[in-house]
Design a binder for this molecule. Structure first.
Ligand code: ATP
Ligand code: MG
Length: 372
């Protein structure tokens, strides 16, 4: 299911933003404009779903650091609201400081989730609320369609989404959680000399490349054996003319190498350039035999020569047939290549008075009056 709208309030440099999403979403902006903040806010949804919301907040310095550091209007509550709407559901989470919650000093930077609301969306009909959390009170719609009180304790730094995961009692909530868990994030691939990408790897059928690419050899072997092998070979030819990908099962593990024109022997993964490894990782991610509903790529152009932007844009277009794409980039050339193929203009972020603002296309969103 595709994301249609995305709304963020009070999160880092994003005081308030509503976005209307397209099948391919390219996010651009200068250093410090807020691209990573936007990326990170999307990541927090999957953290809410998998139970790591408080840990993800702690990684970025706790609620104090994550909360918009500018001036709050006297009528506003200093809190973070993250809201996403897809074709089938709408989920909103609000969190803030401990407030009236009594909390030992060590944990004062933990976020307190003050509210969560989930609606099911039916095409052409009013949306229906299936979960409501207001502080300690939680009501959820069960398999009989009845709103029941959930009386088991949920920690106030934890999302209800991560707790209500019984598919028999709460099938709708279960399905929504699974959907959020399916979003796939690629933030960056390690290419240093000690990176696991450069060593022989365990040989396991791997439909999904891991977020750091440590199982690249198995992911490429999976595509070569049961996926779009033709596209894989073509994309390597397009990027590195005359080269051929070699995948070998050895006693040390699965190895990848490139057969390159003019060389007497294959070049092993430990010898490949950073850009070549980056491109191979992107191939493994974008040609996955199990495409996610949403794929989120942060600065995929890192280490790539601009000549590879056209093949990359073509692969992104192809991947967008199975997944909605969200891509953050510094490269105008890559953004242009994607726009030329897809027709979707990039979102450009800029900073105004310390706030991330959207320039041009993509302003959202949905209104509270849509409620049933
Ligand atoms: N709590 C906060 N309140 C307001 N602004 C914040 C807060 N936390 C971080 N920022 C601001 O967010 C900006 C960083 O945003 P971000 O990392 O998303 O930029 P970016 O567009 O990804 O930049 P780059 O291209 O350099 O990666 C910085 O200017 C920082 O001052
Ligand atoms: Mg960034």
């Amino acid at each position: 299911m595709a994301i249609t709208d995305f709304k963020i309030l009070g999160y880092r440099s994003i005081k308030e933003m509503w976005l209307k999403l397209q099948p391919i979403n390219v996010i651009m902006g200068k250093n410090g404009a807020g691209k990573s903040n936007l990326y990170r806010s999307m990541y927090l949804f999957s953290c809410a779903a998998n139970g790591s919301f408080a840990a993800a907040m702690a990684e970025e310095g706790g609620i104090e650091s994550a909360l918009w550091a500018g001036n709050w209007n006297i009528k506003e509550r200093p809190e973070i609201t993250l809201s996403v709407r897809t074709d089938s559901f709408e989920y909103t989470l609000t969190c803030g400081f401990a407030g009236d919650v009594i909390r030992p000093g060590f944990f004062s930077t933990d976020p307190v989730i003050t509210s969560e609301v989930v609606y099911r969306i039916y095409s052409g009909k009013p949306k229906k609320r299936i979960l409501q959390r207001r502080k300690k009170s939680i009501t959820a719609r069960n398999s009989q369609g009845a709103d029941v009180e959930y009386t088991l304790k949920v920690a106030d730094n934890q999302s209800v989404l991560a707790v209500l995961r019984d598919p028999v009692t709460f099938p709708e909530m279960f399905a929504i959680r699974e959907e959020l868990l399916g979003w796939r994030f690629y933030h960056g691939f390690r290419k240093d000399i000690d990176s696991p990408l450069r060593s022989p790897q365990n040989c396991i059928m791997t439909p999904v490349l891991s977020h750091d690419g440590h199982d690249l050899a198995s992911a490429l072997a999976t595509i070569a054996e049961v996926g779009d092998e033709e596209e894989l070979s073509f994309s390597i030819q397009e990027a590195f003319p005359g080269s051929k990908l070699i995948i070998k099962k050895t006693s040390a593990g699965l190895r990848i190498a490139l057969d390159q024109p003019g060389l007497e022997r294959e070049t092993e993964s430990r010898e490949l350039s950073d850009g070549t490894l980056q491109y191979l990782c992107l191939l493994a991610a974008l040609l996955s035999i199990s495409p996610p509903p949403v794929m989120i790529l942060n600065e995929p152009e890192n280490s790539l020569h601009p000549r590879l932007f056209a093949p990359l844009a073509r692969l992104i277009m192809k991947a967008s047939q199975g997944s909605q794409i969200w891509l953050t980039t510094h490269s105008q050339d890559l953004a242009d290549a994607i726009t030329d193929l897809s027709g979707y203009s990039p979102y450009v972020l800029t900073k105004v008075d310390g706030q991330t603002k959207l320039v041009g296309a993509g302003l959202g969103g949905y209104r509270e009056e849509d409620d049933d």
